[in-house]
Write a protein that binds this ligand. Sequence first.
Ligand SMILES: Cc1ncc(C[n+]2csc(CCOP(=O)(O)OP(=O)(O)O)c2C)c(N)n1
Length: 672
Amino acid sequence: MSAQPSAADLDLLCINTIRTLAMDAVEQAQSGHPGTPMALAPVAYLLYTRHLRHSPRHPLWPDRDRLVLSAGHASMLLYATLHLTGYDLPLEELRNFRQWGSRTPGHPERGHTPGVETTTGPLGQGFANAVGMALAEAHLGARFNRDAHRVVDHRTYVIASDGDLMEGISHEAASLAGHLGLGKLIVFYDDNRITIEGATGLAFSEDVGRRFEAYGWHVQRVADGNDLAALDAAVRAARSETARPSLVIVRTHIAFGSPNKQDTAEAHGAPLGKQEIALTKRAYGWPAEETFHVPEAARAHCAGCIERGVQAEAAWRERVAAHEAALPELAAEWRAALSGELPRGWDTALPAIGPKDGAQATRAVSGRVLSALAPVVRTLIGGSADLAPSNNTFLQGVPDFSATHPEGRNLHFGVREHGMGGVLNGMALHGGVRPYGATFLVFADYMRPAIRLAAMMGLPVVYVFTHDSIGLGEDGPTHQPIEHLAALRAIPNLVVLRPADAAETVEAWRAALQRSDGPTVLVLTRQKVPALDRGVLAAATGLHRGGYVLADAAGGVPRVVLIGTGSEVAICLGAKALLDADGIATRVVSLPSAELFARQQADYRDAVLPPAVRARVAVEAGRTFGWHRWVGDGGAVVGLDRFGASAPAERLFAEFGFTPEHVAAQARALLA
Ligand SMILES: Cc1ncc(C[n+]2csc(CCOP(=O)(O)OP(=O)(O)O)c2C)c(N)n1
């Protein structure tokens, strides 16, 4: 190579640097995925150096373009590119790929590595996250940009693999994105025709391009993933298409350049091996014996991203200043939205609901809370997977979000629970909005992978899950959640709240919106539950500690403790009346959130559940799994370790023992 490499030589030098860094890091770790980074290096190089508006020295500036590596297994593509373009990811971190304490985990983890926008690895999730990011951008742009004053104006790029496009979640999210006309979303599909088991033809033969055209996307094809000019032209065309999301299908070759492993599944998830690496490096014209080699010219060329990023952010700050001068009120609202903080005094808008309101379903109360908050907490945006009339999630008086009205805050996710989960995560990752999504509790299973990732990333998403037990009645066992509460409680960093009445439901929303470091599930009834008389019983603010003494034994020294959640709290109160009448001093504990309760100091927990009182009965219309921690060896659980049945709710509660009489009998049996 001459002292002054040509532009084309320089491009190739940078691309081969990304390729060889990926090969070397996987070899060093003796685990990982080298083939796809080798194939996609031209796409990543082109995006990061010519198209992505990003700032390596300030990766989180709000108006940056987002890039999502949905094919998270190809993490070394991202790490090598971030390293080369000047992010705070030193070569040492690449040498420590996949090791304890490194910033280069096996799959990209948000918050762990600068420049990583979302945690990916479970295929398809990143795709849906990107749809959520593009949706949030479209919404905030419509709300806060005015004519020339454009403070929200960025694109969302995605790199997706065969696996991403096979997964159902991407079908759901792509269909929604096409319907909503998210024109600033640009997806690169790595059409390498290889997955783990071999050729994609084993299981995947549809015409992906035509499928996306049918979704309403703008679809382009690039025949050779090494053709930078063709890739560049496709990106430009995708950027000019503003009414439809874009899919660029790029034909690539996994492990490009490897004489013996190119186009084989072997190159997907295993190190190439020393010998093959040497052969491949020779084919690239690379020093075969050197590892983690970064040519000075490549580093210098890619470092241009740093200065361009500084300039892009500075230009944006000027636009922000002009926006602020011209539109001070709007600018203040926008800043507040970006901060993620709730407006001062927001909770004074929470409705005061008391015993005079009578028995109500907690889902209905939640609906009142949402509509009362809508004008005040204007970052609230969300909807349901086609169950809004049942979930009570429609924000009254607020327009729908649509392709023509992206300023709307009522979302219609369609019957797409999994897609909704991934989109909510993307919206929360984007920032500036407080997203919520809803369905029946039983269908939480359809979105569990996305909920798990929200918890892992610490995203403040709120889930409204209604029809929370056999109490939904006649729809029968397919619709009656049994194991769902236990299953959700098993997810770390997820707060599950099952309020007992209207007052606890209001507090549950307060808790959900105050939480900024993780997701919250609101578990709500279809059927009416009595308004607990808070003049006599303890205040519902006890919810914030997870569990509290709702009704104490006379004299404060119980012989029996009854623990209930949600609709079963009223049953516990009924049982207490029966036991008290028998002279058995009984305490009722409302335990809307086992996670929050478990976080309390031991002395508080012991005050609520005195260790000396071994006669404890937990009552919850769901699996008993997990309850023994709270009732102990000497306790009993009135739960449901079988599927439900189709019948009116009252009959089901009676048949399955959710009655004051049965609960009281259990308590008496424990004392005997
Ligand atoms: C939901 C999910 N299922 C399975 C996997 C395991 N997995 C990782 S990569 C992959 C498929 C690889 O094929 P492709 O997506 O085409 O990636 P490439 O081989 O081109 O890198 C699978 C099944 C996963 N990461 N996520």
